[in-house]
Design a protein around this ligand. Structure first.
Ligand code: ZN
Length: 162
């Protein structure tokens, strides 16, 4: 079976930054492959597009530019809030990640700057602006179930996320 829209893909991957540092991997001890439903924006477009037409067993390295990954870095995507609006158990540090609740659900933000009164949050994705390299092995390709297609994501035994 070839990877195409409406197919479920299971793959191992190792994501590295331009310096070769590992950012994320599915290949840690006992790690299960990442499963995603193709054609539903479950993964970044630059990676998904490169996998189209591949079959089980394929191995490749996919290089993704920021625009096809987590976006280019947007200097205007910062937000300054009252320091009292940030609830923390630990001391604030520049560069630390926080989860902020918004009307669209939780988003991950990074502390860009702070003083006694305010905190400036960076709303860019932590990987925005970064060229990414994925070392990928396709472990399985299968058709999606009706339920998976209607939900727009994969249902794995014991791993039913919503
Ligand atoms: Zn579901």
């Amino acid at each position: 079976m070839k990877i195409a829209k409406d197919m479920v893909v299971e793959m191992h991957y190792t994501l590295t930054d331009p310096a070769g540092e590992v950012i994320d991997t599915s290949r840690e001890d006992g790690g299960e492959p990442l499963a995603f439903l193709c054609g539903y924006q479950n993964i970044i477009p630059g990676l998904e597009n490169a996998l189209m037409g591949l079959e089980k067993g394929a191995k490749l390295v996919v290089n993704v530019e920021p625009a096809d990954g987590y976006g280019v870095y947007d200097e205007t995507l910062t937000h300054t809030v009252e320091r009292s609006a940030v609830e923390l158990d630990d001391d604030l540090e520049t560069g630390m990640g926080l989860v902020m609740m918004t009307q669209h659900g939780p988003i991950e933000v990074v502390v860009k700057d702070f003083n006694d009164e305010t905190v400036t949050l960076d709303l860019n994705h932590p990987l925005a602006g970064m060229a990414l390299s994925f070392d990928v092995e396709i472990m399985n390709v299968r058709g999606a179930s009706e339920e998976e297609l209607s939900h727009g994501h994969v249902h794995q035994p014991g791993h039913h996320h919503h």
